[in-house]
Ligand binder design. Structure first.
Ligand SMILES: Cc1ncc(C[n+]2csc(CCOP(=O)(O)OP(=O)(O)O)c2C)c(N)n1
Ligand SMILES: [Mg+2]
Length: 327
């Protein structure tokens, strides 16, 4: 990938196995949710994160537990990588009372403020203001913490992106902006909605923009570490342009016929799980049995989480107006 930052591969065995395991857990959550959604029992929309796992996992691996994150409509991976309970995530997907929003938010609004996860968000670009607000609070109130905003590439066209990143720049906020650059906004190809690269946009705010191989979890981790250290040490924001690919359509039900099959296959061949598994194998840090065990553990976790979500009760009718805005 031209111009993308390569990983120096300075990572130990346990760390690489942990990164791999979390990516497998995210993939397995998504596959389980996908199958279940197709049965027709899950309300709402699902925007699957499969293929983009290295971004969430690489970035989250260098955060402190009390750092803040703000996320967007493709948010399951961010939640899992930051430690959200997959049982409560499934309950939320089914609209059940044990869900993070007591079933009223669904996939696009899961938040866990106890983990400083400020929420997925169905409004494209809203995460940019929320993340910047959190970074402002970190600078003035929660010193030592930082705020990371995850967003899609098409969302960098919104006015919110300009407003938020400009403010973060002039106030030197402890912020990191992570763009999951999957080259599409719904059915539109990036060449039709942007004339510059995502990373280049940072120049107009006066802070670094870095292009990263977003399918290489170690490359993401290293670029994120630099950005996070910079933010935490008073150096201001960084924009990370993580090049990646969603394996599925925009949401479940979109056949993604607008993408070039050869390009799609080339990205599938560079699936972040394949990239990391190859790295583990080449270093002789994992054998077939290790991969099988990691996969089996993820499947057991997600099956239990799915069952929990399904069995959880629906919220009572008398809760209809609680936790929502009413006047
Ligand atoms: C303000 C707003 N405008 C439009 C939409 C409809 N919409 C949902 S996702 C999306 C595209 C987002 O693309 P990108 O930011 O690249 O994220 P990706 O889906 O590729 O992860 C659009 C236009 C919306 N949810 N909110
Ligand atoms: Mg996109």
């Amino acid at each position: 990938m031209a111009g993308a930052k390569k990983a120096s591969k300075a990572v130990d065995r346990q760390t690489l196995l942990d990164l791999y395991r979390t990516m497998v857990r995210i993939r397995t959550f998504e596959e389980t949710a996908h199958k279940e959604f197709l049965k027709g029992e899950m309300p709402g929309f699902l925007h699957l994160y499969s293929g983009e796992e290295a971004v969430a996992v690489g970035v989250m691996s260098v955060l402190q537990p009390d750092d803040y994150i703000s996320s967007h409509h493709r948010g399951h991976g961010h939640l899992i990588a930051k430690g959200a309970d997959t049982k409560r995530m499934f309950a939320e997907l089914f609209g059940k009372a044990d869900g993070f929003c007591r079933g009223k938010g669904g996939s696009m609004h899961i938040a866990d403020v106890s983990l400083n996860i400020l929420g997925a968000n169905g409004i494209v670009g809203a995460c940019q203001h929320i993340g910047t607000g959190a970074a402002f609070a970190c600078k003035h109130k929660h010193k030592g913490r930082i705020a990371v905003t995850f967003m899609g590439d098409a969302s960098t066209n919104r006015g919110t992106f300009h407003e938020a990143l400009n403010m973060a720049a002039i106030w030197d906020l402890p912020a990191v902006y992570v763009v999951e650059n999957n080259l599409y906004g719904v059915a539109n190809c990036q060449r039709d909605y942007m004339k510059v690269s995502v990373a280049d946009r940072a120049a107009s705010y006066g802070f670094p923009g870095v292009t990263v191989d977003g399918n290489d979890v170690v490359a993401v981790r290293e670029a994120a570490r630099e950005a996070v250290d910079r933010a935490r040490n008073g150096g201001g924001p960084t924009l990370l342009d993580c090049r990646t690919w969603r394996h599925w359509g925009h949401f479940i039900g979109d056949a993604a016929t607008y993408r070039d099959p050869a390009e799609h296959q080339a990205w599938l061949d560079r699936d972040p799980l394949i990239v990391t598994a190859e790295e583990l194998r080449s270093k002789k840090w994992a054998l077939d049995a290790d991969f099988d065990r990691i996969q089996a553990e993820a499947e057991a976790e997600m099956q239990a989480a799915l069952e929990f979500g399904k069995k959880s009760p629906y919220p009572n009718l008398d809760e209809l107006y609680t936790g929502v805005f009413t006047d």
